[in-house]
Design a binder for this molecule. Sequence first.
Ligand SMILES: [Ca+2]
Ligand SMILES: [Ca+2]
Length: 261
Amino acid sequence: MSKVRFIQLLFIFAMTIVALPISAFAQQPTIALPLIEASDKPEIDGLWTTSDEWSKASLTSLNYTDGTQLVIRAMRDGESVYVLLEMPQDFVVDGHAAVCFDTLSDGGAYMNPDDYCFVLGENLREFHGDGRTTLMQQIPLEPDVVADRGLSGTNSPYRSASDHVTYEFQVPMDHIGADRTQYGFYVTFDTLGQTTNYSYYYSWPDSKSASYLRVASPRAWGIASTSSDVEIPEFPLHVVGAIAALVGIMAIIGRIKILKP
Ligand SMILES: [Ca+2]
Ligand SMILES: [Ca+2]
């Protein structure tokens, strides 16, 4: 292999290193938490109380291959984060839904003690991680966390044949870290089939490993961001390093051309 060919291969290799992390980084889904006035806070009664109750929230919608859809609305005031979950194709209140926060936003393979999930089924329960598994570990519920569920009708923008299942959560930011600009964020929703007794599991971000009380690895969670615009993240440092290496290689190629007239 000639020296020039070797340098060409190095160049392609460097380009691959530069390109890969950018695409991987851009794919981390983000939900904005717009700031609302305290007077606009929702009533946590499990349903669309008024038609404009969630109009100031961010809107995220995920379509699953079985034809169902999970709609997530999120916002915050000075005190709490509020989340509405809605499945327009689900007409029976059963199963569970959960909102999870990676309070240190540090990802990882397992659910850690700083990773909190609030699960509403028959009751509202709180879970933290144990650092060794992706199974939620129950702990006493923080008293100021509130959630309810029910059936929403014509106040919802999703008008279906029958009233459909909605969940509302209120999580105090004091509990999950009031000084954060972002949290790792994960949502689960499970429900019994309309015509079968099987449970169906959904999550945001969509995870094939989702099941009741078992989360996807926190490194696969999305982000809930308090920035008003969800901006494109800054270049990670290793990308800057790879670009510097590329410039170096190009300089070497330039020198070889000069040395070989
Ligand atoms: Ca409500
Ligand atoms: Ca964490």
